[in-house]
Structure formats: C-alpha cells, structure tokens
Design a protein around this ligand. Structure first.
Ligand SMILES: NC(=O)c1ccc[n+]([C@@H]2O[C@H](COP(=O)([O-])OP(=O)(O)OC[C@H]3O[C@@H](n4cnc5c(N)ncnc54)[C@H](OP(=O)(O)O)[C@@H]3O)[C@@H](O)[C@H]2O)c1
Length: 301
C-alpha cells in the first residue's frame, strides 16, 4: 500500500471519534485523507501517528503539565488519538492522568501503558496515576525471557481491565525473546524500535507480526532525535518533496509506508513538533523505489 485510500466516511468516523474537526484549523478540517490503520485483531482503526511520553513528561510539575496539555491538544487537533506511556517513565503516567482529567480528554484518546511485570499492584498504580480504570493497550514492557507468559495480561483483558495486550522491546539482544513470546502468546500488539537508520525490525519482527496478525507500534522512530542530528543543516531532497514537508514527516513516512506498521509513536514535548509529526497522516506515502532511495540516503549520512 503506497498511497492510503481513505474514504470520506472513514475520515468522518476517525475525526468524530476524537472530536477532532471541532478543534482543527480550517485547512486541516477540509483535508479528507487521514491515515488510519486497522488493529489486526479487531479491525478498529487507529490514526497512524501517536505520541510517546518517555523523557518528555517524566517530571510532575506545573511546567511539564502545561507542556503536556499543549502537546495533547495538538495531538487531538491534528486528528491523533494514541498516547504511549509506561509505569517506568518517571511521572509520565501521573502527568498524563492529570492533564486528561483537567481537559476531560480520556474518551478522545487511546491510552497505551506498560508494566515491567504482571503485577496487580503495579497495574493498580498505573490506573490510579492515569486516573482511568480502563487501559486501551496494556503492554509487557522490555520482555527479555523467551518463556515469559502473558497469562495474567490475558486474564486482565478478559476481565475488561484493558482492551488489547502487547509486548515491547527496544534491545536487539532481546529480539529472540520477543519472537518467541510473539509466536507463542500471540498478543494484539508488539512495540519495537524501528527507524530509518535502525531497520533490524524489518528482518525479523515485522514479518512475524504480520504472520500472527499483531499490530506494530514503532518506538524511537527518530532514534531519540539521532536522525534530526544527522540531517542538521541539510534540506529535504527534491525527490522527497512530493510526500514530506519536513524532516519529521520524511522519517515517519518511511515507517508508515510499510503497511505492517499500525502506528508510529514519536516522543515530543513541543506542540509544534506534534503538529508537524501529525502531518505524516496526510498526503502520499513514499513508494517502494522512494523507500529504497531513503535508505540509501540515510546510509550515506
Ligand atoms: N518499549 C520500550 O522499551 C521503549 C523504549 C524507548 C521508547 N519507547 C517509546 O517510544 C517513544 C519515542 O521515543 P523517544 O521519544 O525516546 O525518541 P524519538 O521519538 O525517536 O525522538 C524524540 C526526539 O525527537 C524530537 N522531535 C520529535 N518530533 C520532532 C520534530 N517534528 N522535529 C524535530 N524534532 C522532533 C524530540 O524533541 P522535542 O521534544 O523537542 O520535540 C525528541 O528529542 C517513547 O516516548 C516511548 O513511548 C519505548
């Protein structure tokens, strides 16, 4: 799938789900094509650009809460819904919970969080901090053991604590464990590091995820800003201008052009960057030849 075919009806549904059109600048409100992807296990559609909260929201103070409120407003205004956090991202869950409560935003968002162990007390802590009983996606964070069981996560899903379960890793040394657990336990999602200059996931995780019909969230889509540093002072190549208006969109659209990717979750504490990243939901995606060109470009940096 190169250029997403999004019907007006799909756009209306997605925009309605987040109440987005009411907040959108007129130019965006008139743009019909918003890239959503189906979650393989249910078919529920998710806007394909979300927000990561590691580092950026990890201190629970007024400055951070204001920053988080501005970034979440930009996410919703630009048609986004997915927010990824974790019980171990400092105070990020608490900041998110407070901002969601103050703005009555919970129903407009798809909340993904992570636990490092299937521990009921940890789950309760996340629910309390997020000020929500129901987690959309509950992930087993940093899976390292190939024998790791998702039984407790599945029980929680059956009890209605969460709607989806997933596993995560950003350590290539742990990819064999991720493959083992993914193949055996068949969670709804796998979250993995994947960026234009970190393509290990293409070789092993993405094919398996497609085979077992798991959704894929790409952590570290900018390699913790490594990609921005690599292109500092450079212009976007002319051959990419048809699909990217910024480096952020260039890097994200490389990932989104792979239909196995359900959503990218770039981290940002800057509402302008959030809006920029959401630009990757619109317009054409690079075709396979352009993707090869992007890889060659990145490899030469
Ligand atoms: N599962 C795991 O084990 C795991 C591990 C790590 C991360 N993650 C997930 O992946 C998410 C993303 O990771 P990350 O935030 O560490 O790295 P990242 O998304 O690869 O990069 C974030 C960096 O890019 C900058 N940035 C974002 N948008 C930009 C734009 N449009 N223009 C210029 N700069 C931009 C941000 O700075 P500004 O704040 O200035 O925008 C920040 O410095 C995390 O938040 C987390 O949800 C998961």
């Amino acid at each position: 799938m190169n250029t997403p075919i999004i019907t007006r009806r799909e756009f209306t549904i997605a925009a309605g789900a987040v109440g987005a059109t009411a907040f959108m600048p007129p130019a965006l409100a008139q743009t019909p094509a918003l890239l959503t992807r189906a979650i393989p296990s249910t078919g529920e559609r998710l806007p394909a650009v979300g927000l990561g909260t590691a580092q950026v929201f990890d201190t629970d103070d007024e400055t951070t809460r204001q920053k988080a409120a501005a970034v979440l407003a930009a996410l919703i205004a630009g048609g986004g819904r997915l927010v990824d956090t974790s019980s171990v991202y400092g105070d990020a869950e608490a900041v998110l919970g407070e901002v969601m409560a103050q703005g009555a935003l919970r129903e407009k968002l798809f909340i993904a969080t992570k636990l490092e162990a299937p521990d009921a007390a940890e789950l309760r802590r996340s629910q309390t901090r997020l000020k929500t009983e129901k987690i959309d996606l509950l992930q087993f964070h940093n899976v390292r053991d190939p024998q790791a069981s998702l039984k407790q996560f599945k029980d929680w899903k059956a009890q209605g604590v969460c709607r989806y379960i997933g596993i995560t890793s950003t350590r290539h040394a742990d990819f064999p464990a991720i493959e083992a657990v993914l193949g055996r336990e068949k969670p709804d999602f796998v979250q993995i590091d994947y960026s234009l200059d970190d393509r290990e996931a293409e070789k092993r995780i993405l094919p398996l995820a497609a085979e077992i019909k798991a959704g894929v969230l790409t952590a570290l889509p900018f390699g913790r800003a490594r990609l921005f540093r690599a292109v500092r002072g450079k212009e976007i190549p002319d051959w990419a201008r048809g699909f990217a208006d910024s480096w952020g969109q260039f890097f994200l659209k490389y990932l989104l052009a792979d239909p196995r990717v359900t959503a990218v979750i770039p981290g940002t504490g800057d509402p302008g960057h959030m809006t920029d990243n959401l630009g990757a939901l619109r317009g054409p995606l690079p075709d396979p030849d352009q993707r090869k060109q992007m890889v060659a470009f990145a490899d030469a940096l």
